[in-house]
Design a protein around this ligand. Sequence first.
Ligand code: ATP
Ligand code: MG
Length: 446
Amino acid sequence: MSENKKIEKIVGVKGMNDILPTDAPLWELFENTVQSVLKSYGFQQIRTPIVEPTALFSRGLGDVTDIVEKEMYSFTDSMNGDQLTLRPECTASVVRAALEHNLTYDGPKRLWYAGPMFRHEKPQRGRYRQFHQIGAEALGFVGPDIDAELIMLCQRLWDDLGLQDVRLELNSIGNADERNKHRADLVAYFEKHADLLDADAQRRLYSNPLRILDTKNPAMQTMVNAAPRLLDYLGDDSRAHFEGVQKILRHNSIPFTINTRLVRGMDYYNRTVFEWVTDQLGAQGTVCGGGRYDPLVEIFGGKPTPACGFAIGVERILELMKVSGDLSPPNQCDVYILHQGEDAQLQAFVLSERIRDAGLDVVLHCASANSASSFKSQMKRADASGAAFAVIIGKDEIDGGVAAIKALRITQTDQQQVSIAFDAVVDYLVDQVVGEDEHEHIHYHH
Ligand code: ATP
Ligand code: MG
């Protein structure tokens, strides 16, 4: 390659982020916590493809939703002309898969999914073009009990993650008939205040007036606040369902506020809708959205099957964990092994495998480009690794049949090196690491 030829770097797609090793432990901590909470409520995982037929979303989400109108990554399969889309959300996929494989043939199902979603939005804090959701879908459950259970599952998750500043907003958007009656009055009301509608609202006036209630435009707030409330149009069944949800939440001391303007982006929702919101994240404060979507299975050609679910925005929750959580991710490894000389290297390999056999995580120093392998530079690596202990093997240690072991996370003055016979190294480290965990535990709760 010519020396003066500069090769242009390829960078990632705008709005699609790399999750770097420094952040990965927090992701892992979050994912493990969610999975164990979901499991504790009997939810089972489902994994669906990232690419789906475009029609799944245009039919399922509704043509006038933000997602279908302008946010989908759609393309034509060049092999056969199929219209395909990178999934913008996963509810439609889960319902499609449940129908395709007849998952509810023997009764209702509690399902969950996790993975990347794609929406062509303007990237900003908490809003990306590839982002991640973890969500749950309960298919075949008819009553308010499952709505309440899903909400309580979320509350348990926030508690387990140490997140305090997340509050629940709840509403009922009734059924299609109730919404139609309300809609007629709402459109008439907005027509009366046409001078106050912004361009977005004018565009939605006849296609999706309910969404105008969701506006963030400060100039429209007073007008929108006084608009006819959907809650006042609910019939007896919808009202009873909504009260049923609230009763269970109150009985379990789950605080909530009723937000009569809360609607969901997707057309397929009915009755219960909810959002978990925080003030800690600026404009993108909704960390989880959910609700009931009884009509969807039928829209996809299945037998009428009631359904309810939620989706958590993972990036937003992780951001919240960073600003206000009280959990710190576990250390990357327990032991870092330094060595110098050929015999020491061979001994280090054997020892590292034996320590791993005992269940500890070990990083064995390996040669790297552009860096010396003096003990001093190896020790820098050991410190940077986050390991609790350094095991050092040089010529003296080989001659003496011992390894030098140094605790890395205690203060400089306490730091001392001990010599431990090769055969005793594993037991020594296991004792120390378990002891250190207990020490940290006490320290943490102090
Ligand atoms: P918003 O009003 O913020 O656009 P939405 O109604 O489009 O949200 P949902 O489709 O209900 O969001 O998705 C559930 C959750 O996924 C949201 O509450 C949010 O936490 C997260 N989310 C949605 N879109 C994005 C995005 N582009 N980037 C990051 N997270 C997102
Ligand atoms: Mg959106």
